[in-house]
Design a protein around this ligand. Structure first.
Ligand SMILES: CC(C)(COP(=O)(O)OP(=O)(O)OC[C@H]1O[C@@H](n2cnc3c(N)ncnc32)[C@H](O)[C@@H]1OP(=O)(O)O)[C@@H](O)C(=O)NCCC(=O)NCCS
Length: 387
């Protein structure tokens, strides 16, 4: 009997949790899954069933993604993708993704997004790298703010996360609109994050942002070197960014500050006496995008210049730029596929790098120069929500 792909019902949820646990290595306890369940819309999921056994799971979350310029685009955030080892490489992922994409299209969401467990899976499905994740480590004892900078005293106060999710939600929503690639979070999502981090998480709130972290004790025989793990820091203004970082850097007993959530172009190093104290320990692909509706996506972002250019993706030509995005027949300046076009949406991947890396072809070196100026965004895109 063949494998059936279908929408799950409540009766399938336990099997879905089991498959994700087997595939990713962490089996949720029932009380842990209770926190996750409110974020899941079952009709956005597709499972693969062999006889009576569920052998594959996949789904999407509904959220919005910030584009360069601040517009916010409905997005299907692909998630929970797993196929049992007994059924791998039989085309089950491909069939589930086809159905998820049909569902995302039917809902009128012009964009699909994901974060990838491995870098080699998703390009064949039209996903291109659109932002980068960076991990940093700061030796707090060597990190000093420049003496001429004056964080505003009293601008930051600590709150209990589970007491005021609305305060965090408000700061998140304003902050995430200031950086391309950041995504919206539902109330259920905020409550889930707060519950998963538990009582030991500390929330420092500013009028225009917040920081969340956790300490792990390392008493080090009298010379304390606690680790401060920064979950996230979101700031809608440069003042909030300064005041929140001043607070994080001031936490006593801390040796290393570690975070996987600091954008590549974060101004933090320039705020310090010694910029080298902020060490980058890894850079990886972050958000992967699959542009499903080209005019809706590229017509909603802003551009670095008043130019526009013709980009051909999978044989279809689009005039893209400050005048919007329309289908044309003109000779293309850039030629690539859906994945490379998707890499250009957030402005975090330079067209010149894609050309040099043979992912895009350019008509001329002048076209490459124009494309870099047109597509590259400031600030750079970044996503600090795992999904
Ligand atoms: C990744 C996973 C879902 C693939 O499922 P699958 O049903 O075996 O995939 P398919 O058979 O549909 O493969 C479709 C295509 O993707 C390729 N592919 C699948 N997994 C791949 C991987 N890990 N690396 C590179 N290519 C991969 C296949 O070779 C195939 O390519 P082709 O169509 O060009 O021949 C499965 O291996 C899995 O559950 N892995 C562990 C969990 C995980 O990493 N999930 C992804 C989370 S983002």
């Amino acid at each position: 009997m063949g494998i059936e792909i279908r929408t799950p019902t409540e009766d399938d949820v336990a099997a879905m949790v089991r498959i994700a646990g087997i595939a990713f290595g962490t089996m949720w306890k029932p009380e842990e899954f209770e926190r996750v369940r409110p974020t899941i819309e079952l009709d956005r999921f597709r499972i693969a069933v062999d006889g009576t056994e569920v052998v594959g799971v996949s789904g999407s979350f509904a959220f919005e993604t910030t584009l360069p310029g601040g517009a916010s685009l409905p997005t299907g955030g692909v998630t929970w993708v797993a196929v049992l080892v007994t059924h791998r490489r039989q085309g089950i992922l491909r069939r589930m993704l086809d159905e998820l994409h049909d569902d995302i299209d039917a809902r009128g969401e012009p964009l699909a997004a994901l974060t990838a467990s491995e870098g080699s899976i998703y390009e064949r499905f039209g996903y291109g790298i659109a932002s980068h994740d960076r991990s940093i480590e700061i030796d707090r004892r060597r990190a000093r703010l420049r003496a001429d900078l004056r964080p505003r005293p009293g601008s930051v106060h600590l709150i209990e996360g589970d007491g005021r999710p609305d305060v965090l939600a408000d700061r998140w929503e304003r902050g995430r609109r200031t950086r391309p690639g950041e995504i919206s979070r539902s109330d259920a999502w905020h409550r889930r994050l707060i519950a998963e981090r538990g009582d030991s998480a500390v929330y420092a709130v500013h009028d225009h942002g917040y920081a969340a972290w956790k300490l792990t004790e390392h008493w080090n025989e009298g010379l304390p070197q606690h680790e401060l793990r920064l979950y996230e820091l979101i700031a809608a203004t440069p003042e909030a960014h300064l005041d929140l970082w001043a607070t994080v850097l001031a936490v006593d007993l801390v040796g290393p500050i570690r975070s996987g959530n600091v954008p590549l172009d974060d101004p933090l190093p320039y705020l310090l006496d010694d910029h080298r104290v902020v060490r980058t320990t890894s850079v990886n692909d972050g958000l992967w995008l699959n542009v499903r509706d080209v005019p809706a996506c590229f017509g909603a972002r802003t551009y670095g210049t008043d130019d526009d250019m013709v980009v051909e993706a999978d044989g279809v030509r689009w005039r893209v730029g400050s005048s919007g995005c329309t289908k044309v027949r003109s000779r293309p300046d850039l030629v690539g596929d859906g994945a490379s076009l998707s890499s250009l949406l957030l402005g975090g991947v330079r067209p010149s790098a894609l050309v040099a890396g043979r992912r895009l072809e350019a008509r001329s070196s002048e076209a490459v120069r124009r494309a870099d100026a047109l597509f590259t965004a400031s600030p750079l895109p970044h996503n600090q929500t795992g999904f």
